[in-house]
Ligand binder design. Structure first.
Ligand code: PHE
Length: 346
């Protein structure tokens, strides 16, 4: 083939090259071992000297020219590629940042934290017990023997064998009494479970805070002072309380604690009242929030403590209840539905 033809073809082809790969192929085609130009250079020896010199020179000039063009092309292609890459990886530093969404505390967690803090300031230690309990801690040690009708007070979710989901936080009393020597004061917050039909005031799970204060002469009067202070701190206003006689197998005497908030809250409180009964003027605004009493001697005995030496009070308060009153929440089920429209209000 003629050198001029080779040059023409080469120039046409290199014009169309669009990638480094194509360029490499082109290089092989013309300058490779079997390339068009290489073949001419190889066949030179068959030519007469004069011609060999002339064509050889021309061929070498062309070879250099091609090599130069290839190098140039390579440079441009690399530049284009680099530019494309930068384009792809472009970062706009002026873009507004993506907001990292942080979670926040559930209203029940908020209330639990607050309750703990108030009691801790009064010297109460915070302890915990298991949610899966044995019959012994949930019932027997709390003076509720197997055939006792009082077991029906707590609709129990039974598990296999001797296990159950604790129906109240009172078993933590026994667990603590077994391992500690009075005097002491503790609270035990936690989740409890009841086998119940749910409605605006009942859930199969809810939270309680158990309280227990034991010493040589701890009395119901101390109890009254402690919870009065607690309610005042919790609701951030003066709260009236009322103790009504009641019955729990593990306290004697037993009381039920009602609270009454200031007038501005009353209208709302009436709605939250569990029983939903029409109330007389005198009864208006009272809310039942807590069971309590003096620790029954049988409970001390179950924990191998001498009831003649020690005495104290215990109480159990419904956390959901307090949160409902505090935040004017009409339905307990809202706490457990995970509806963000609800949760985000706190
Ligand atoms: N455990 C009782 C309940 O869940 C409440 C309570 C606790 C009563 C401590 C007295 C003393 O109903």
């Amino acid at each position: 083939m003629e050198l001029s033809q080779i040059e023409k073809d080469f120039l046409k082809e290199i014009e169309k090259v669009e990638s480094l790969e194509e360029l490499q192929n082109l290089k092989v085609k013309y300058l490779g071992r079997k390339g068009a130009l290489t073949q001419i250079l190889r066949s030179l020896k068959e030519l007469p000297l004069e011609e060999r010199k002339k064509i050889g020179k021309e061929a070498n000039v062309l070879k250099e020219k091609m090599e130069k063009l290839i190098l140039e092309k390579e440079k441009t292609l690399k530049e284009i590629e680099e530019r494309k890459k930068l384009e792809r990886e472009k970062v706009d530093l002026t873009c507004p940042g993506k907001k990292i969404s942080l979670g926040h505390l559930h209203p029940l967690s908020l209330v639990l934290r607050e309750i703990k803090e108030i009691f801790q300031k009064m010297g109460f230690e915070v302890v915990e017990g298991p949610e899966i309990e044995t019959c012994f801690y949930n019932f027997d040690a709390l003076n509720v023997p197997e055939d006792h009708p009082a077991r029906d007070l707590w609709s129990t979710l039974w598990l296999e064998k001797n296990y159950l989901l604790r129906t109240h936080t009172s078993p933590v009393q026994v667990r603590y009494l077994e391992k500690h020597q009075p005097p002491f004061r503790i609270i035990a917050p936690g989740r409890v479970f009841r086998h119940e039909r749910t409605d605006a005031h009942h859930e199969i799970q809810f939270y309680q805070v158990e309280g227990l204060m034991v010493g040589k002469d701890v009395s119901l009067a101390n109890f009254k002072a402690v919870i009065l202070h607690f309610f005042k701190e919790f609701f951030k206003e003066k709260v009236e309380i009322r103790l009504r006689p009641s019955y729990f197998p593990f306290t004697e005497p037993s009381v039920e604690v009602d609270i009454r908030l200031s007038a501005k809250r009353k209208a709302q409180s009436a709605k939250v009242n569990t029983k939903g009964k029409a109330q007389s003027a005198k009864e208006e605004g009272w809310l039942e929030v807590m069971g309590a009493g003096m620790v029954h001697p049988k409970v001390f005995e179950a924990a191998r403590l001498n009831p003649l030496r020690w005495q104290g009070f215990a109480f159990g308060v419904g956390v959901d209840r307090l949160a409902m009153i505090k935040y004017k929440i009409p339905d307990i089920r809202l706490f457990y539905q995970g509806d963000l429209r609800f949760i985000r209000q706190f």
